[in-house]
Structure formats: structure tokens, C-alpha cells
Design a protein around this ligand. Structure first.
Ligand code: SAM
Length: 232
């Protein structure tokens, strides 16, 4: 039987609750959904906090104190994870997101906490990390529409654009390459089962051994199955 996830410390859970209470859900609704944003967050808000906090307990056991994590596409789903890393593990976290509006909202809600979100391409970040978080990014319908349709098994053969797909694939390969080059070995990658293919492909091309943990966990907002990969 898999061990029970560690419960986060009381002050971390309180900090997470405060951040979730301070978020501007009206503005986030417009960013996360084309329509029905208010309804989305009414349904997701508590669930996202609960799943994120539980997942933070799962990730916590896998991280050593004082290390560094790179978060690609960090949003509301990652709040509890970032709080856990910074407050309980004293780790340095670099949290990147391309949406400037969302970064502003998240940073306002996180005021006083020892981490900030950055509106920048994670592929351009410098330094090394022992943990890479890459969840629901490489199948993001906004950044990679064709690739996203294919990944989720929704591609329409009548309208699918292979040239656009090839371009998106080149972009994704570049992001994966730049991020994985920054991962020390042994290193941990937290990703979704769909995105794990890109990691495995990079490892095969670079002769890096990897191992996939069998257990999966739902991601806090999108619900994609999250898995852990050990590299090196
Ligand atoms: C579908 S959202 C997922 C957000 C969050 N991880 C979640 O699970 O809810 C994808 C996010 O990835 C971000 N993103 C895509 N490519 C990125 C890159 N190269 N660097 C940083 N963020 C990126 C987008 O800006 C967007 O905010």
C-alpha cells in the first residue's frame, strides 16, 4: 500500500487558506475561461485548495530541504505546492507563467510569502534545479492548440493542421530541452501522464535513465493525472 501523504504544517495550511481567500476570482475567471468563469471558480475554488494541499504533502516527501524548483506554467493549482516548498522545506522556487495578468493577481494574493510569480518563459531561466514541475503546460490549448487536441485525443482529422502541429512540437521540444538541461541528476520531474512522453523522449535522446512512479494524482484545476519521474 502507498504511504499516506504527509500533512502540511498548520501555519502552511493557514497561509494557503489566506492566499485562496485573497484571490480575485472575478479576474481569474476571465483568464481561465472564455465564458462561465464565475461558475468555474465557484465549483473549483475549494477543490483546488484541497487537492493542491494534499498534493503538496505528497511532493514534500520527495524533496530535500534547501534545494531549488522550477515551476513551468505555475498558476492557482501550484499555490499550495509553492507555499509548502518555501515555508516547510526552505527551498528556492522559480514560478513562471506567460500570462502577465494572472501573475499580477497571484502575486497580490501571495504578498508577504517568500516567493513570487514571474511573467517569463521558463525556457529562459538560468541556474540549476533538482525539481522540475511541468503540469498541463505542453498540452495547453492556448499556447499549443493542435498539440493539445491531439494529446487529449480530441483531434478532428478533417480539420487538424499538421504544419501548425509540427511548429508547436518544435516549440515544445525546445522548452523541454532548455528546462531539462537545468535539472541536476538525480532529479525529480512532476508532470502529467500526457506530458511524460516529452520527458521520456528527451531522456532517450540524451541517454538519461529514468523511472516512472506508478501512482498518479489529479492536478488541482485541470484534473490531469500527475505522475513523478526520477531522472538519472
Ligand atoms: C493550461 S495552463 C495550466 C496552469 C496550471 N499549471 C494548472 O495546472 O492549472 C498553462 C500555463 O502554462 C503557461 N506556459 C506555457 N508555456 C510556458 C513557458 N514556456 N514558460 C512559462 N509558462 C508557460 C501558460 O502561460 C499558462 O499559464
Amino acid at each position: 500500500m502507498a504511504p499516506k501523504p504527509a500533512r502540511l504544517m498548520l501555519w502552511t495550511r493557514q497561509a494557503i487558506a489566506e492566499v485562496f481567500a485573497r484571490l480575485d476570482y472575478g479576474a481569474l475567471g476571465a483568464i481561465y475561461c472564455h465564458e462561465g468563469g464565475d461558475e468555474f471558480w465557484k465549483v473549483k475554488r475549494r477543490l483546488c485548495q484541497k487537492l493542491g494541499t494534499a498534493l503538496a504533502g505528497v511532493v514534500r516527501r520527495r524533496l530535500k530541504p534547501g534545494g531549488r524548483s522550477l515551476y513551468v506554467g505555475a498558476g492557482v493549482a501550484e499555490l499550495a505546492l509553492l507555499a509548502m516548498e518555501a515555508l516547510e522545506r526552505r527551498r528556492h522556487v522559480v514560478a513562471c507563467n506567460l500570462r502577465k495578468n494572472e501573475v499580477r493577481i497571484l502575486n497580490r494574493a501571495c504578498a508577504g510569502l517568500p516567493f513570487r510569480f514571474e511573467a517569463r518563459d521558463a525556457a529562459m531561466v538560468r541556474g540549476t534545479f533538482d525539481h522540475l514541475w511541468l503540469v498541463s503546460v505542453l498540452n495547453d490549448p492556448e499556447c499549443y492548440p493542435e498539440l493539445s487536441e491531439l494529446s487529449y485525443g480530441r483531434a478532428n482529422p478533417a480539420t487538424f493542421d499538421p504544419r501548425r502541429f509540427a511548429r508547436e512540437r518544435r516549440q515544445v521540444v525546445r522548452v523541454v530541452d532548455r528546462c531539462l538541461r537545468r535539472l541536476s541528476r538525480p532529479g525529480l520531474v512532476t508532470t502529467s501522464t500526457e506530458e511524460a512522453h516529452w520527458i521520456a523522449d528527451w531522456c532517450a535522446a540524451h541517454g538519461v535513465p529514468w523511472r516512472l512512479e506508478r501512482r498518479q494524482y489529479p492536478s488541482p484545476t485541470v484534473g490531469d493525472p500527475i505522475c513523478f519521474m526520477r531522472l538519472g
